[in-house]
Design a binder for this molecule. Structure first.
Ligand code: ZN
Ligand code: ZN
Ligand code: ZN
Length: 271
């Protein structure tokens, strides 16, 4: 992570443990905390030793359904490269080949009022709002049938506040993709052009030829821009040249290109 930060310039603000991968349906008996098991998974999945830093179940064990045999887990990887290996290779846990995807957290939803955008600890309303019918009661006491669902966020019938199909939820997701540029990419973006494929598109097919040629010619000159307020990262190309999602491109936010004389440029990575 430090090496990565150095390569992107000191302005880079990277979240710790950002290289998180969700691995789906691990057998619940997998001893995920055990370093021996972690080394076993690395070996079986063709990862280097030490690639896995930590594994955690996504949901609390107490919240599992009765008879549940499998659960999703978050793998915190040592580097973005390790995370990409996991995403593109065969993930093998306890002899089973499993699916892996980037950990892109959903917008927060309050456990008390079920509004999107804050958590219960920060909730400012006094009453509970039901996730199923938007009534002023706790979800656990809700009486409505699945045919009577009503969403407190978009104020429409047909789904509850936890639905991913809710237009308000979908709007929050789109909003987030604007400042969290990395979300738009299938892999963790590194200096390797193979990682520049966008979500739901084949690797490398999203950039136009001109932009890509320019970038591959001088992709060491990564420019890092501030994150968090509709800013993203740009690589080499000029804004508006088709390099990715235009919604997060902002010509006014580029930081100066690193000075070649100071050597403050992206270093090429070791193996
Ligand atoms: Zn709330
Ligand atoms: Zn209800
Ligand atoms: Zn809704």
């Amino acid at each position: 992570m430090e090496r990565f930060g150095a390569a992107w310039g000191s302005a880079a603000t990277l979240r710790p443990n950002y290289a998180e991968v969700v691995v789906e349906t691990l057998p619940i008996e997998t001893p995920i905390d055990s370093p021996i098991e972690q080394r076993r998974i690395e070996l079986a999945s063709g990862l280097r030793t030490g690639a896995i830093k930590n594994i955690q179940w996504i949901k609390q064990i107490e919240k599992r359904k009765e008879g549940q045999r499998h659960a999703h887990a978050i793998f915190s990887m040592d580097s973005r490269e390790d995370a990409n290996e996991l995403l593109t290779g065969r993930v093998v846990v306890q002899g089973q080949v499993l699916r892996a995807k980037k950990n892109n957290p959903d917008p927060k939803r309050c456990a008390k009022c079920n509004t999107l955008g804050h958590i219960a600890e920060c909730c400012k309303v006094d009453n509970d709002t039901c996730v199923r019918c938007a009534g002023k009661h706790r979800t656990s006491t809700c009486q409505v049938t699945d045919q009577q669902l009503f969403c407190t966020n978009c104020r429409k019938a047909g789904h509850g506040a936890a639905s991913r199909d809710c237009p308000v939820f979908q709007g929050k997701l789109r909003e987030r993709s604007k400042w969290d540029a990395e979300r738009n990419y299938r892999l963790f973006v590194t200096k390797d052009p193979n990682t520049w494929g966008r979500m739901n598109e084949p690797v490398q097919e999203d950039f136009n030829q001109r932009w890509r040629a320019k970038v591959s010619e001088k992709y060491n000159e990564w420019t890092t821009v501030q994150r968090g307020k509709g800013r993203g990262r740009l690589a080499g190309g000029e804004p508006g040249e088709g390099g990715g999602n235009n919604t997060w491109k902002d010509p006014g936010t580029r930081t100066p290109t690193p000075d070649p004389d100071t050597g403050n440029r992206g270093q090429s990575r070791g193996p």
